[in-house]
Every structure is written in structure tokens, then in C-alpha cells.
Design a protein around this ligand. Structure first.
Ligand code: PLP
Length: 412
């Protein structure tokens, strides 16, 4: 149980300090309890608590949308607010379907995701997602969905620093799907530029470029789910900037408000936005939206968060720290149980050999021991996934990896 937090640390109910190696859940990129964000929330609660999200506006939502547009990759001119990453994904998928319909191509209804993809927990997200346990309990899911192969090639890309060499050709599977289904039936492809929740899978060199080229050639929209890669995680505002590949829609959440208040957003190009904006004033353009879209307090938190990132130069900081992070992380190579290490920006993954017949148990033991030794890590399957706040100091990076080295040597 955590009872309070400050900067890089949580405090437990029994008064211990725990170093945050995961930015909460990949969301507190500026660290905890940042004064500007706390003040903005207090002030907004005293000024305007709520305004209807339909037909009515309020200035903070537009101020945040403008700031987000200014920070977003070139060409992303419009913002649709949601309340989580899952809602951003549902929103982006619906916009993709509706866009084609608005353009007279209503037969484009097929959605393509990827094995091991994670796009939240709502029906669209688990349908295009590819994490078996997140899907198998919940029926037949959306129809008309297909999945590309995961880009994980452990035999060819082991202990790689940064982007792996092998696997770009896996994007060509999309050509097979186009041949099978017909491009004219496919609405969109959705991928995480870096797959996070499944255990950190870094895109092979050239893979995202190929996906972009194929989707563009066949009139298929490309959606980047940047819920964890947005807001500096790779040392750039978005993964789109980092990889230099621009999709048609970007989903984001988490770091948008530093995790403090639930909020997400979908960013889109004018081409998509304008397709809906052709009716008379009194008609609704897109039949989609949430009661809390652009909530005033969330908007105030978002504005203060983006200002904090800029004022503290946190994205540049992440970029400067990335080589140190990479070296420290890969220093664990050769320790017991470690079968792969992967990294990009301020993301790291250590894959452990599973205990035969007891998958996830070894990583979970590691999580408990790290917690006891004052470091918060996250595990998924038998993979340790790390994503610290971007304010982390070098000594704290050392603390994370020294603690993990000790634990790995102690584990059975
Ligand atoms: N998409 C991606 C890529 C994510 O990593 C996550 C959460 O980790 C989500 C969507 C879902 O976000 P939320 O938990 O805010 O609904």
C-alpha cells in the first residue's frame, strides 16, 4: 500500500520509501506531486468544476488542445478528448470506421491489430489487441479483425541495444491480408510503435516505415497507439517523432496529465477531421463523445503537465539519460535467469527464464523482493518492464539495477 508520493519516491503504509521504477503505470513522467499540477487542479476546482462536453465549451479544454497540437507531430492538428487509453483506442477505431463511411467507402470495416498488442481493455481494444488472457474470457469479440504477427524474434534479436535488425519484413504480412481480404474492406491498422504491456517489444529497423508505406498505398488508415510512448518516454514528444513515421491517428493518455487525473486524447490530421465537418451548424458531426471529455479539472492538470515537461526540459533529459540507462540495464546480461534484455529511450525490459510449469512466478518473486528492497518494478509474464519518471537521477538508475542484480543472484 502506498500512502503518499513525492518526486521519484512512494511512501508505503509502513513508512518506507520506494523508488518508482515504473512512473506509476507508465504515466507519472514528471515524477510525483509536482507543485504546478497540484496548484492547477486546486485552482480549477474553485473556478469551474464541470461544463457539459456536448454543445458547450470551456476555455481550458481549448487551451490544452492547442498546447497538445503544438507539441504533437507535424500534421496532427486536431484533438478529441477521452478519459483513458482504452477510450482513446475505442475512439480512434470508431473515427477510422466513420471516416471511410463519410468518404463513401463504408465497406472498409476491417480492423488489423497485432499479436501481443495491448490496446486497453474495452471491446475494440481487446479485439485488435493480441494478449490471449485479456481476450479469452470475453466471448467472440469484434468480427472482421485480423492480426499481424508480433515482431518478437528471440532467436535473431537477442540482447539488442535499441532497435533490432531483423523483422522489418513482418510488415509485409499486411500485403497478404490485403490479398486475402481486399484492401477495399480494410479500415485501419493499429499498432503500438513500441509494444509495452506485453513486455517491451521494440520495432525492428524499417518495420514502421513499411507499415506506413503499405497502408498509404492502399488507402488504409494507420493508428499509432502512443498511450505509453507519448510525452517523452523515448526522449521525444511522441514515438512518431522518434521514429520519423507519421500515422493518421495517434492515441494517447497517461502522461497527458502525469497520471494525476484520468484523461486521454486522439490526435488526427486535418484530412480526417475535415471529412466530418460538412454538415449544417445544428447537426452533430461525429456521434461519439464522453460526459467527461475535456473535463475542466483534467484539462487544467493537462495544461500544467505539458508546461512542467517544457519548463524542466524533461523530454530532452530523457534523451540525454537514455545511453546511461541502456548501459546500466545491459550490465545485467550474464546474471542468472536472464535470457534477454531490450531497451529504447527510458524503457527497459529484462526477460527471465520461466520456472518450468510455473510461468510468471520467477518475475513475481523478483517484484516482491524489489519492493522489499525499496524499488518498484513491473512484471508482465516473466518479463521485468521498467519505465521510470523522466526526472530520474543517474544514482537512482544505479540503485534500480544494483537492486535487481542482487535479487537475480539470490533467486532460485
Ligand atoms: N494502449 C496502450 C498501448 C497501453 O499501454 C494502455 C495501458 O497501459 C492502454 C492502451 C490502456 O490505457 P488505460 O489503462 O488508460 O485504459
Amino acid at each position: 500500500m502506498f500512502v503518499s508520493a513525492e518526486g521519484m519516491h512512494y511512501q508505503t503504509a509502513d513508512n518506507r520509501q520506494v523508488l518508482d521504477g515504473t512512473a506509476g503505470l507508465w504515466c507519472c513522467n514528471a515524477g510525483h506531486r509536482r507543485p504546478r499540477i497540484v496548484e492547477a487542479i486546486k485552482a480549477q476546482a474553485e473556478e469551474l468544476d464541470y461544463a457539459p462536453a456536448f454543445q458547450i465549451g470551456h476555455p481550458k479544454a481549448f487551451e490544452l488542445a492547442t498546447k497538445l497540437r503544438d507539441m504533437a507531430p507535424e500534421g496532427m492538428e486536431h484533438v478529441f478528448f477521452t478519459n483513458s487509453g482504452s477510450e482513446s483506442v475505442e475512439t480512434a477505431l470508431k473515427i477510422a470506421l466513420a471516416y471511410h463511411r463519410a468518404n463513401g467507402q463504408g465497406e472498409r470495416t476491417r480492423l488489423i491489430g497485432r499479436e501481443r498488442g495491448y490496446h486497453g481493455v474495452n471491446f475494440g481494444g481487446i479485439s485488435v489487441g493480441g494478449i490471449t488472457n485479456n481476450r479469452r474470457m470475453f466471448g467472440s469479440l469484434l468480427t472482421g479483425v485480423d492480426h499481424l504477427s508480433s515482431t518478437h524474434l528471440p532467436d535473431q534479436n537477442n540482447f539488442v541495444k535499441g532497435m533490432p535488425e531483423h523483422g522489418a519484413d513482418l510488415a509485409d504480412e499486411l500485403l497478404r491480408m490485403i490479398a486475402l481480404h481486399g484492401a477495399e474492406t480494410i479500415a485501419a491498422v493499429i499498432v503500438e510503435p513500441v509494444a509495452g504491456s506485453t513486455g517491451v517489444l521494440i520495432p525492428p529497423k524499417g518495420y514502421l516505415e513499411r507499415l506506413r508505406a503499405i497502408t498509404e498505398q492502399h488507402g488504409i488508415l494507420l493508428i499509432f497507439d502512443e498511450v505509453i510512448t507519448g510525452f517523452g518516454r523515448l526522449g521525444a514528444p511522441f514515438a512518431t517523432d522518434y521514429f520519423g513515421v507519421t500515422p493518421d491517428l495517434i492515441t494517447c493518455a497517461k502522461g497527458l496529465t502525469n497520471g494525476v487525473i484520468p484523461m486521454g486524447a486522439v490526435l488526427s490530421t486535418p484530412k480526417i477531421h475535415d471529412a466530418f465537418m460538412n454538415g449544417p451548424e445544428h447537426l452533430i458531426e461525429l456521434f461519439h463523445g464522453y460526459t467527461y471529455s475535456g473535463n475542466p479539472i483534467a484539462s487544467a492538470a493537462g495544461i500544467a503537465t505539458l508546461e512542467t515537461y517544457a519548463e524542466d526540459g524533461l523530454f530532452e533529459r530523457a534523451n540525454e539519460l537514455a545511453p546511461y540507462w541502456e548501459d546500466a540495464l545491459h550490465g545485467l546480461k550474464g546474471l542468472p535467469h536472464v535470457i534477454d534484455i531490450r531497451n529504447i529511450g527510458l524503457i527497459g525490459a529484462i526477460e527471465l527464464e520461466a520456472i518450468p510449469g510455473e510461468p510468471t512466478k520467477r518475475a513475481f518473486e523478483c517484484f516482491i523482493k524489489a519492493f522489499e528492497k525499496g524499488v518498484l518494478i513491473r512484471t508482465t509474464g516473466d518479463i521485468i518492464a521498467l519505465s521510470p519518471p523522466l526526472i530520474i537521477e543517474k544514482e537512482q538508475i544505479d540503485q534500480i539495477f544494483d537492486t535487481l542484480a542482487t535479487i537475480l543472484k539470490e533467486l532460485d
